[in-house]
Design a protein around this ligand. Sequence first.
Ligand code: COI
Length: 355
Amino acid sequence: MSLKNTHEIDIVRVSSSKIDSVDFDNLTFGTTFTDHMFVCDFREGKWQKAEIKPYAPFLLDPSAKVFHYGQAIFEGMKAYKDESDDVWLFRPDQNFERFNKSAKRMAMPEVDEEIFMSGLHQLIDLEREWVKKGLGNTLYIRPFMIAIGSGVIAAPSTQYRFMIILSPAKSYYSGEVKVIIAEHYSRAANGGIGAAKAAGNYSAQFYPTKLANERGFQQIIWTDDATHTKLEEAGTMNVFFRINDTLYTAPTSERILDGVTRKSLIDLAKRDGIDVAVRPVLVEEIIEAAKDGSLKEIFGAGTAAVVNPIVGFSYQDTYYELPKIENSFALLLKEKLTKIQYKLAEDTFGWTVKI
Ligand code: COI
């Protein structure tokens, strides 16, 4: 696959890079940004001239709709450097498609494929020094769109800003991840915006996650809002359960994000003979499996988090610790995925795209 890179972009470069001041061995996720950013505005019913310019704050009217009604969507992607210094993206077509699905659901304009792909290509090409070699080193890519039109009337904006910013990153979680299964709060409901990568889906989780953090848990596994009996998604990741040697994960729905890592792991697992069942996963069956010892693993999957083993979970005030096992599917699948991303294994699916 190759990126459509034909859209003309005005480029203004920084006079001197800040790269030498960055400690690439001690990065806190999402706090360091590269020298440049991509910006393209939507006005008068169309996308305007795109620009790449020095990374900097910008002014918005205090009544801009993003501040009042949260018209904001984003994507999470990564770039990887291989041993020959080539830089690669992983399935950018999937992020592009999901971005426009999110835009549609939030009554925002869809971004042209050429603008999205050319923006990615030219910005990352300019910042390729920021992508460091070696497993675990990545450049996290954050495309996003906000409503910049002014006026507090509760109706969609007519003006939008599509941007891409880049952040060198290692791991998202720094320690062990323990989760609480949601019994009261919900992340999403049928007919809502759960399947969109909308900013509000994340801020809505902050308060219940803060309560979980206070109890020593890093994340919540969300259950369906109607009955709280089905396990759906963790805060920043999709989630997989291994009972004996079968891997279970919930099907995507109006409430669950169609994660790129999630679907890639399903394909990899199936290709390599792991039994995968994509079907509703009941809280009850996981508790039973934890009690009788057949629950071997739970892990989260997402772009930022990659594949993150969960060491234990709490439900109805009982804590269930997961066993430490030798042949972890989480570690096996993580290795298979990252080897493709860093071009250390053959990409039989054609997922990687060169910058
Ligand atoms: C990602 O995994 O890229 C996400 O968008 C999750 C985010 C909250 C870090």
